[in-house]
Design a protein around this ligand. Structure first.
Ligand code: AMP
Length: 466
C-alpha cells in the first residue's frame, strides 16, 4: 500500500516524499480512506502510530479539493476544520504537522490556538481568515465568548487524545464548543484508552462511525521493550545517572509524579554532569517550548516531565523513557511509554519501582494483561549499600531544605510517594526561589562547546511567572 493508492492529491504526496515517509502506517492505511469517504471515525490509537497524519492528510486532501473563489478568500471565509487537543504542546505539534503536510498547499491557512500566551495575535490571525484551527478547548472557548472566532462553517471536527481531554476535565468545554458547530459535519475521535466516559462521548458525537483500532486497546506499543528495575526509593536518582552514563544514552525522557519532583531530579542530574531540564505546568510556555526544543536538538540529554506536561510530546524515535515513579493511574503508564518506540522505531521503557509501588505495578500489569520483566541492576538491588561514587557525591552536596518548604503535595496519596531524597541527593536551599518549581537548566555554553552543568547561581534563569 502506498500513499498514492490512498487517493491523496499530488501536493500532499510531494510533502510526504519531502518528509521521507515511504508508506502509510497501519492507522493511516485504515483511516485515510474512511475519512476521505466522509464517514465519521472512531480511532483507537496512541501517539507514535502516525495518527496525526492519519487525520491531517485526508483533511488537507478535502480542503484542497474544494474550489476557492477569490471573493470567498477576500472575505476571510470561516474556518472549516477544528482539531481539539488536550495540551498546548500537542496543539503546537499537530499545527506543525498540518503546516508540514500542507506545505505545497499554501492557500490553506492554519491557526494554532492555546492559552498561556497573548490572545491578540490569535485574534488578528483569526480575523485574517484561516481554514484549520488546532486548539485547546479552554482558549477556544475564550474566543467564542469574545466572538473572535466563528465556528459556523466547521465541516470537520477532530477530537485528538480524547481520553486525555476528559482526564483533564475538559468535557464541559468540549460540549460547549460542539454546541457552536453546525449540526452537519464529519467527526473524528481518537483516543488511546477507552472507558465508559469516552464511549459516552463517542456515542453522542459520532454517527455510524467506522472503527479503526491499530494498537489493541489499553496495551502498550509492541515495539517498546519494557523493564522494571526494583530499587530503593532513595537510590533512584543515582540509578538513573548510572544507567544514562553507562549506556551513554543521548535522549532520555523521565517521568516524575510531581512538579517539584521533576525539578529536583533535573537539578540532581545536572549535578551529576548530565545536561537536563524539566518541563511542567509551573513553567512558562516559553520555558517549556525551549526545553523541548533543546531536547529535540540534542542540547540536553535528559528531559524530566510530569504526565500533563509530557502529553503529546512528539519526538522522533525517542529511544529511552524512564519512570522515576510509577504513575498511580495505570493508563498514564501506557501514555508515558507511548513516547518511545514511535512509528515502528525500537524503544525502551524502564520503570524504577520501589517497595511501596508494587500495588501500582500490579494495576499496570493487569491493564496490559501481561507482566513486565523485572531485573535489579547490580549494585542497586533493594537493600544494597550506596556505591563509593554516590557517597562521594553526597558528601559534596549542601543540605536540602525541609520538605514542607517545597509547597507541593504528592498526587493520589501514594505511600511515601514524595521521592524522599537520600543523603546522596540533596539540593541547595537556594535552588527553588519563590517555590515556583524552578528547575535548574543546564544550557550549553555560549560558544556552543561542551556545557558545564549549571551552577547554583542560575538555578532560576528560565522562570517566569505565568
Ligand atoms: P503521531 O502518532 O502522529 O504522533 O506520529 C508519530 C511520528 O511518526 C511522527 O514523528 C511522524 O512524523 C512519524 N510518522 C507519521 N507517519 C509516518 C509514516 N508514514 N512513515 C514514517 N514516519 C511517520
Amino acid at each position: 500500500m502506498s500513499f498514492a493508492e490512498l487517493g491523496l492529491c499530488p501536493e500532499l504526496l510531494r510533502a510526504l516524499a519531502d518528509e521521507g515517509y515511504e508508506k502509510p502506517t497501519p492507522i493511516q492505511a485504515q483511516a485515510i480512506p474512511v475519512v476521505v469517504s466522509g464517514r465519521d471515525l472512531l480511532g483507537a490509537a496512541q501517539t507514535g502510530t502516525g495518527k496525526t497524519a492519519a487525520f491531517t492528510l485526508p483533511i488537507l486532501n478535502r480542503l484542497a479539493s474544494q474550489p476557492r473563489d477569490a471573493a470567498t478568500t477576500a472575505r476571510a471565509a470561516p474556518p472549516k476544520v477544528l482539531v481539539l487537543v488536550p495540551t498546548r504542546e500537542l496543539a503546537a505539534q499537530v499545527g506543525d504537522s498540518v503546516r508540514t503536510y500542507g506545505r505545497h498547499l499554501p492557500a490553506i491557512k492554519t491557526a494554532i490556538i492555546f492559552g498561556g500566551v497573548g490572545i491578540n495575535p490569535q485574534i488578528d490571525q483569526l480575523r485574517r481568515g484561516v481554514d484549520v484551527i488546532v486548539a485547546t478547548p479552554g482558549r477556544l472557548l475564550d474566543h467564542l465568548q469574545q466572538r473572535t472566532v466563528n465556528l459556523s462553517g466547521i465541516q470537520m471536527l477532530v477530537l485528538d487524545e480524547a481520553d486525555r481531554m476528559l482526564d483533564m476535565g475538559f468535557i464541559r468545554d468540549i460540549r460547549r464548543v460542539i454546541q457552536a458547530l453546525p449540526a452537519k459535519r464529519q467527526n473524528l475521535l481518537f483516543s488511546a484508552t477507552f472507558n465508559p466516559e469516552i464511549r459516552g462521548l463517542a456515542e453522542g458525537l459520532l454517527h455510524d462511525p467506522a472503527s479503526v483500532d491499530v494498537a489493541p486497546r489499553n496495551t502498550a506499543a509492541e515495539t517498546v521493550a519494557q523493564r522494571v528495575h526494583p530499587v530503593d526509593k532513595g537510590r533512584k536518582t543515582a540509578l538513573i545517572a548510572h544507567l544514562v552514563k553507562q549506556g551513554d544514552w543521548k535522549q532520555v525522557l523521565i517521568f516524575t509524579r510531581t512538579k517539584h519532583g521533576a525539578n529536583r531530579l533535573a537539578e540532581q542530574l545536572v549535578r551529576e554532569g548530565i545536561l537536563s531540564d524539566a518541563i511542567h505546568g509551573n513553567k512558562s510556555q516559553n520555558a517549556r517550548t525551549r526545553a523541548l526544543a533543546d531536547f529535540k536538538a540534542g542540547k540536553i540529554r535528559v528531559l524530566v516531565a510530569t504526565d500533563i506536561a509530557a502529553r503529546g510530546i512528539d519526538i522522533d524515535q525517542l529511544p529511552h523513557v524512564i519512570n522515576h515513579e510509577l504513575p498511580n493511574v495505570p493508563e498514564d503508564y501506557v501514555h508515558r511509554i507511548g513516547r518511545t518506540g514511535r512509528a515502528g522505531a525500537e524503544g525502551e521503557a524502564i520503570s524504577l519501582v520501589s517497595g511501596d509501588e508494587k500495588a501500582f505495578l500490579k494495576d499496570i500489569e493487569r491493564l496490559l494483561r501481561r507482566s513486565i520483566p523485572a531485573s535489579p541492576v547490580p549494585g542497586y538491588e533493594p537493600g544494597s549499600q550506596p556505591t563509593a561514587e554516590e557517597r562521594a557525591a553526597a558528601a559534596s552536596r549542601p543540605p536540602a531544605p525541609p520538605e514542607r518548604e517545597r509547597g507541593e503535595r504528592p498526587r493520589g496519596g501514594a505511600p511515601g510517594g514524595r521521592g524522599h531524597s537520600p543523603a546522596g541527593a540533596r539540593r541547595p536551599a537556594a535552588a527553588a526561589p519563590g517555590g515556583n518549581g524552578a528547575a535548574r537548566h543546564a544550557r550549553p555554553s555560549r560558544d556552543g562547546g561542551n556545557a558545564r552543568p549549571a551552577g547554583r547561581s542560575n538555578g532560576s534563569q528560565n522562570q517566569r511567572p505565568r
